[in-house]
Design a protein around this ligand. Structure first.
Ligand SMILES: [Zn+2]
Ligand SMILES: [Zn+2]
Length: 308
């Protein structure tokens, strides 16, 4: 309910000063429906996710190294929240980048990118699979380092949840010199850019310095408000399919996957190791033998077509 109210609140700003003209309210309602289905899906997955969270060590790595990292007072609380948020965003950055790199992960993440009219409600448009990927690749590693039930955790959760509505907003607002420091609506809009020239950039959720550090930062030009969406999205899915079966989309092909990567990065090394040892080929062969999915969804064909 809070999420829907927040998108409504940001919508007022979007209505007053839109980045691009968008009078289509049905797209926002679609995103809310996907979000409700996402919550239902996660409610079913919650017992398993809770069990996984129980397996985490009771003392975090950071607590072992620096027991007083969560210092007292308001300033200490803000600092600890920022530390937590930065570590969370570090893992989010790499999870996000892998989602753009590998077709099997992109099949889930593309739901978020398929909004051709990006606005605050696009933050709600996530598939259940995408949320689970985020849980295991971002939330769990962050919790191992920083702990799961701390005040910084709650602070970061509020920060990132709220910020998502702001940096997806269809609002003509440039953060000026702060663009390099905080993820704003113009900066994140480039990440959602439909054309290939915008792919592979601006993966961070809050700290653009991560993109700067890993070579994927792209700063918006003056008055650059790009068109958003996915190229050749021929069969947009219904909310239920988007939330639960996002890979069942004929246009979810590798050609439409913004999967490019800059070289000289750890991900390139990871990719090389992965293919050199043939793990991926082995996995695909085993899955083929097992006839894992009888109807062979789109992302399955992608793996075969790309010849890997
Ligand atoms: Zn993305
Ligand atoms: Zn986004």
């Amino acid at each position: 309910m809070i999420a829907v109210l927040m998108t409504g609140g940001v919508w007022l700003f979007e209505w007053c000063r839109p980045a691009v003209t968008d009078s289509d309210l049905s797209g926002r309602w679609h995103n809310v429906k996907v979000f409700i289905l996402l919550l239902i899906g996660l409610a079913f997955a919650a017992p398993i996710l809770n069990q996984c969270a129980q397996l985490l060590p009771s003392i975090s790595l950071l607590e072992r190294i620096a027991p007083d990292w969560q210092s007292k007072g308001i300033a200490g609380g803000i600092l600890a929240t920022l530390i937590y948020a930065f570590i969370w965003d570090f893992f989010q950055y790499w999870t996000h980048r892998l989602e753009h790199k590998y077709a099997a992960l992109w099949a889930f993440h593309r739901v978020h990118h398929s909004d051709a009219h990006m606005n605050a409600s696009t933050a709600l448009r996530q598939s259940v699979g995408g949320a689970l990927i985020g849980f295991f690749l971002t939330h769990i590693p962050t919790a191992i380092i920083c702990g799961g039930n701390s005040i910084p955790y709650v602070g970061s959760l509020i920060l990132f949840s709220g910020w998502g509505y702001f940096n997806h907003a269809n609002v003509r607002l440039s953060l000026g010199p702060f663009t390099r420091i905080i993820s704003g609506p113009q900066w994140h809009r480039l990440h959602h850019g439909k054309e290939a020239q915008y792919h592979n950039s601006n993966y961070a959720a809050f700290f653009p310095v991560l993109d700067l550090f890993f070579g994927t930062l792209r700063l918006p030009k003056k008055e650059e408000w790009v068109e958003t969406g996915v190229l050749n999205d021929v069969s947009p899915l219904k909310p239920f399919k988007q939330a639960f079966f996002s890979w069942c989309n004929e246009s979810a092909s590798i050609e439409n996957t913004p999967h490019t990567h800059t070289p000289e990065t750890p991900s390139r090394l990871l990719g090389r190791q992965w293919s050199r040892r043939g793990y991926r080929k082995q996995l695909i062969r085993k899955l083929q033998r097992a006839q894992w999915f009888l109807h062979r969804p789109a992302w399955w064909r992608i793996g075969r077509r790309s010849g890997e």
